[in-house]
Design a protein around this ligand. Structure first.
Ligand SMILES: Nc1ncnc2c1ncn2[C@@H]1O[C@H](COP(=O)(O)OP(=O)(O)OP(=O)(O)O)[C@@H](O)[C@H]1O
Ligand SMILES: [Mg+2]
Length: 302
């Protein structure tokens, strides 16, 4: 399909204008970056895997009443989404210590937290995504108080849902990052919706039995078999039943598996796949009970 000029090209995805006003096409690239762009690379086949994994997760979240930007899958690398006004705050939910939390507070990796920890970071590569308090977010007008309450509540619901979903297929959800946006329906009602993607790029997932990392940390720390780990997450979730797509991912594999630095991934075929496929839920997002009228709310400062 010929596409219009990209509206935005990010590190992992490209946004194009959608076929209807208020829609966008999100194209998933194989490019990977880490440590605020200091490390760059390509994970062959990643875009295909993340497109399908994010579609699967967002569709399931929709089924439990969480509003997301996902409308429908278009092809292996593209999905139709609702154009949202993205709130420039990355919301991180942590269940187990890992990554920057360990560095910042000098704590050991792998400690179960007594309760989920919600953190906020400003989406700013130039400032190296600084950590924010809720007060910063409200003070500088990135979100209103009531929006932040909703964002936090939704993030914790997503955590509950995903923890169970992944545990069912032998994966521990260590932490993950969400992005939210504002979206208005035809009557001008404002919704806070989940935007961006949920995939092994944005989640830390450890094999329950072996502790093996099954996410972007394999790329960050040169653990090898990165695409294989993403593919295993998809397989366990019951994604990729169709052989055409599987062949397309497999085409990318030899280059990737040629240079693993460690022998990891022994746990990659252990979990049971989830029973359900998400395809039937495409096109159902939007609507629901948490809408608010925009007439009552002021626009936040830019
Ligand atoms: N529904 C949506 N409507 C509008 N923009 C969206 C939506 N979902 C995601 N985005 C934005 O699209 C971009 C996706 O591209 P990508 O993830 O590659 O960006 P990035 O390089 O991580 O940069 P950024 O710092 O902007 O996130 C992000 O900026 C994200 O905030
Ligand atoms: Mg991004």
């Amino acid at each position: 399909m010929t596409r219009s000029k990209p509206l935005y090209e990010g590190k992992a995805k490209i946004l194009y204008e959608g076929p209807e006003p208020g829609t966008l096409i999100q194209y998933f690239k194989d490019d990977a970056t880490a440590f605020n762009n200091k490390k760059k690379g390509v994970i062959p086949g990643k875009g295909i895997l993340n497109n399908r994994i994010s579609e699967f997760i967002m569709s399931h979240l929709h089924e439990v009443g969480i509003h997301t930007h996902f409308i429908k899958s278009l092809n292996m690398r593209e999905q139709l989404i609702k154009a949202a006004e993205v709130i420039p705050v990355e919301v991180v939910v942590r269940n187990v210590t890992a990554g920057s939390l360990c560095k910042r507070f000098d704590v050991e990796e792998g400690m179960m937290l007594p309760a989920p920890l919600v953190e906020y970071y400003l989406k700013s590569d130039a400032l190296n995504d600084p950590m924010l308090t809720e007060e910063h977010i409200v003070t500088f007008g990135w979100a209103f108080d009531e929006e932040l309450d909703e964002i936090k509540a939704v993030a914790l619901r997503v955590n509950d849902f995903l923890t169970g979903l992944f545990l069912g297929v032998g994966l521990k959800l260590v932490d993950f990052k969400l992005e939210f946006g504002r979206w208005y329906d035809e009557e001008g009602n404002l919704y806070i919706i989940l935007a961006d993607e949920i995939s092994p790029d944005s989640c830390r997932l450890w094999d329950v039995e072996t502790g093996e990392k099954m996410d972007k940390d394999r790329f960050r720390h040169d653990l090898g078999k990165v695409a294989e780990a993403y593919q295993e997450v998809a397989r366990r979730l019951g994604i990729f039943m169709d052989t055409q797509t599987q062949d397309n991912v497999a085409e990318f594999k030899p280059k990737e598996s040629a240079k693993p630095k460690t022998s990891g991934t022994s746990g990659m075929t252990k979990g049971k796949p989830a029973k359900k496929k998400a395809d039937s839920t495409a096109g159902k997002t939007g609507g629901g009970s948490t809408k608010r009228s925009t007439k009552k709310s002021k626009k936040p400062k830019k």
